[in-house]
Structure formats: C-alpha cells, structure tokens
Design a protein. Structure first.
Length: 257
C-alpha cells in the first residue's frame, strides 16, 4: 500500500472500510456486537481512534492487515449502474469485477452510457482522478443522428451554457464511420449528462455514448463487461496526470463497432 506520509489516526469504522474489510455501516454493527478488537482489547465504542499501520485490528479473533491498493479498468455495459450498491439496479459495476479487495467506482458513468470506468480501493487515486482541480481528461465518443456541420462543431468549441456556466470541451472532432456519424469530445471537468447536454444544445441527438479514455488510461481492447488490472506504470501516470491528461492528441482505439 502506497503512502507518502503516515496515515493519521481514524475511527475504527473508517479503518475497517479503508482496509477493504467491510462498509462503515457493517463495521458499526460488528463493533456493537463486540466482535472487533484493537491490540487485544474488545472495542466498546465505534468512535475509537486507531492507527491502521501500528495497531493490531482483529475481527472475530482474526487479524486484519493492510490491503494492497488495486485499480481496475472496466468496460461498463449499457444498463449497468455506476454504484457500489443500488436496490433498484439489476447490476452494478462492482459486481462485474472479481476482486480480492472491496472496490469503489471512481466517478460515475450514466446508466445509458458505456465505456471506461475505474474501480479502486485507493482513495488518494480516486480523489486525484475526480477532483476538478486536477483536470484529468475524460474522452468520449458519441454516435449522433446526423453528420455535424462545421458551424455546429465551432459552436461546441466556443462553449455552451449549462446550469448557468459556460462549458467548453478541450477538444472536439467529427468522425465518419460505416456505423454512422460520431463526435469525439475531451473534457477536463464533468457534470451529470454533460456530453449529451452539450450536443443537445447544438441540436445533435445522441444514439450511443462511449467513454474511451480517463487521463492516460484507455479502453483498449476491453469488451463490454470485461476488466483488467491497471499496471504500475498506468497507476503512476494517473497520479501524475494534470490538466494535460498525460496524453497528446486524440485516439479512437477501443471503440467497439
């Protein structure tokens, strides 16, 4: 597990969640049942502070150690929800990855959209990828109802107003394929349904939307429902990614036809 600085003391419920053992709610239940011990002593309160790198934490007498951070790239299919748990969803993204550690989705991808989403137990990496101040690029390809005119693309580049703020993609390109007309957009900061809303403002209707890249990580050869563990080089590049996204130019690799 990677730490530049020692982890600060944290509440036991958060510690068990950070270690990938269970959710905070489940941790509270375990503590209430007197099943959690720290340094050999049964805890009496869920607000107790622990040092996960020094204290011996045990559940039902079994010591819980530090769990290695793991990050997966997943091709989210249409119809799958980008949450850990949703009682109203048929499937969630975490159900599609067979992982030895508890994973959480990094950001969201609309249920009706598909493509690349990251799943991780590394909170620091998730913060870097999702927080607007880092400006990590997200690249999308949208199948639209007609070939966009040059003036339409110029209007997108100039920016449209959504929720009272101008939204301007970093890059925009039109692509003509046998499957139809596609528009590729690169964004550095996202809001709900942003790509669909931007294209809707200029009169383009989206028939299919695929996210093909997050920073330096590409969808590659993944098929819907497929996943892979990110390499150490990709993790390092993600942690270093700034507004440039760590990638130059545009690339359509990984879009299933």
């Amino acid at each position: 597990m990677r730490h530049e600085l020692p982890l600060p003391p944290m509440r036991i419920a958060r510690a068990l969640s950070s270690l990938g053992y269970c959710s905070r709610r489940e941790a509270d239940r375990l503590i209430e049942q007197r099943r959690v011990a720290v340094n050999g002593e049964i805890l009496q309160t869920p607000v107790a502070l622990v040092d996960v790198e020094r204290d011996a934490i045990a559940v039902d007498g079994v010591t819980i150690g530090l769990v290695a951070t793991m990050t997966y790239a997943l091709y989210k299919p249409v119809g799958v929800t980008s949450t850990v748990r949703d009682p109203h969803a048929g499937r969630t993204v975490v159900q599609l990855v067979d992982s030895p550690v508890r994973l959480y989705p990094v950001g969201r991808l609309d249920k009706e959209s598909e493509g690349l989403i990251l799943l991780t137990n590394d909170g620091e990496l998730a913060q870097r990828v999702t927080h607007p101040r880092y400006g990590v690029e997200k690249e999308y390809e949208a199948l639209v109802d007609r070939v966009p005119e040059p003036a339409t693309l110029d209007a997108i580049r100039a920016g449209v107003v959504l929720d009272g703020r101008p939204r301007r993609p970093l890059r925009v390109a039109a692509i003509q394929r046998d499957s139809g007309a596609w528009v590729r957009l690169v964004l550095a900061e996202g809001i709900n349904h942003e790509v669909r809303r931007i294209l809707g403002v200029v009169g383009l209707s989206v028939r299919r939307l695929v996210r093909t890249r997050i920073g330096p990580v590409r969808l590659g050869r993944l098929r819907p429902g497929g996943s892979r563990l990110l390499s150490s080089e990709e993790i390092e590049a993600l942690n270093d990614a700034k507004r440039s996204g760590g990638v130059s130019g545009l690339n359509s690799r990984g879009l299933s036809q």
